[in-house]
Write a protein that binds this ligand. Structure first.
Ligand SMILES: [Fe+2]
Length: 197
């Protein structure tokens, strides 16, 4: 290497994490505890099972379904489910045989994560964020959801304070199922709107 070249070494992500943590610790802030708490929340508390309970209740209880569609935040609170304060509105989008709602966040990766879980990697990908709004039917087909021509696709762009959740159509042949059994078939993808049940 010639002498007139300046070499900038780049720290690995791991080294950067350690540096930031050390700086926080040095100022009396306990970064490791916060990281641990966050990963506990992400793995144990913010899980799609929460949203699945909401969906199952909406399927069996028409009055609840109506409250859910009117004021999502208040309705999920009835089931003991909370959302961060900055998720000011939960808008629940009801699918029908001829309407497929799909959510995205064109700017970054926002979701109603306390209900449907943290976003999948593909949701955060520029490819999905940019294409689902322009060619939603094609993107859905690539993801394995082929919709009949008479199904209208509605794409909803999440913002910081308005979060969305899709209410999937209840599958046929689930008559008489318990709420718990119904909840067990509801997936994260179906609540994002990229699959049907
Ligand atoms: Fe976002």
């Amino acid at each position: 290497m010639s002498d007139d070249r300046v070499v900038h070494s780049t720290a690995t992500p791991q080294q950067r994490i350690h540096a930031v943590q050390a700086a926080l610790e040095a100022r009396g802030m306990h970064a490791a505890d916060a990281v641990e708490e966050l990963s506990h929340l992400a793995q144990e508390e913010w899980i799609p099972r929460n949203g699945a309970r909401v969906v199952a209740r909406a399927w069996v209880d028409p009055a609840f379904r109506q409250r859910l569609l009117t004021d999502g935040r208040a309705a999920v609170a009835e089931l003991g489910l909370s959302m961060p304060n900055h998720h000011r509105h939960l808008v629940v989008l009801e699918n029908t045989p001829t309407v497929q709602n799909v959510i995205c966040c064109t700017l970054c990766s926002c979701t109603a994560f306390t209900l449907i879980g943290l976003p999948p990697d593909w949701y955060k990908d520029l490819e999905y964020r940019s294409r689902v709004v322009r060619e939603s039917r094609t993107v859905l087909k690539e993801m394995g959801l082929e919709l009949a021509a008479d199904v209208e696709v509605r794409v909803w762009d999440t913002t910081a304070d308005t979060r969305y959740m899709v209410l999937p159509v209840r599958p046929a042949n689930t008559e008489g199922w318990s709420e718990e059994k119904l909840a067990s078939i509801v997936t994260k993808d179906s609540m994002i709107g990229v699959s049907r049940l």
